[in-house]
Design a protein. Sequence first.
Length: 300
Amino acid sequence: MYAEDEVEEVQEDPEHHQVPPQVQVGQPVGLPPVGRRGPAFPHSAGIALPPKLDLSSNSAENWKLWSQMWDDYCIVTGIVNQPDEYKRALFRQAIGPDTLKVYNGLFEDAQLTIDQIKVAFGAYAIGQLNETYERYTFNSRNQDKDKTFEAYFTAVKTFARTCNFGDLNESLIRDRTVLGIRDSRTRKKLLQKHDLTLQRCVDICKSDEATTTMLKNIDSEQSVNALTDKKNQRARKPSTLHTSKQNSQQKLEKPKLSCKFCGYEHIFQKCPAWGKTCKLCKQQNHFAKKCPQKKVSAYV
């Protein structure tokens, strides 16, 4: 009787009804416990799986990014220390149903390690590339007028990832950088360097760009100062012109004389008696006070 009670208690024990949590893409993953002594794997709650792997377009670049996220996920959650069987199952969950079809077509042997699976996936993804086109795109990349060197260099490195340059990757990135930069003076300097490394190339390009920017700022400040000085000169210029004009007019003016026709002082050829009729002799071009007949009558 006691045995039956013990059986009923065991059946009602909730630990006997535990169901391992389901692994879903994009959702926090909890590793399943083993036996009744507690979980043997580290708990990864709160850490999401990488998004589904898309190999339908830009497969090489997508695989490289996804593979990096997968490696980080495995390190953070401690999955790197787990059996390959568990890692294969989690890998299939993470890649998604569309890419799972690729997985099933590539691997008949289910005993492959996760590293072997990654190598095969990488070969498949990169094998989908048109290598000639990728290299053409890489070699056509030049620095745009409105782009900084840093932006251009980042683009060159990104394009190089899908070109399969192998051991020549660094030297070809260096060559593309030298040929594609916008500043011809910097290019000339780089071509004159013997044993130019990629890092040395980058340092020279950044230094020259910073110097050019600094000089432009200095020239801009000098231009602003020159314009300000010119405006100040213009503000003072009218008074100088007025003074010069007055001096010129004074030079042009002829000295005033006591006129024998009108008896007043005036500028030469500006006699007020000119065209007037004398009241004494009735002749023109003089006033009566300067009339010649007045002097004659005085002597008589």
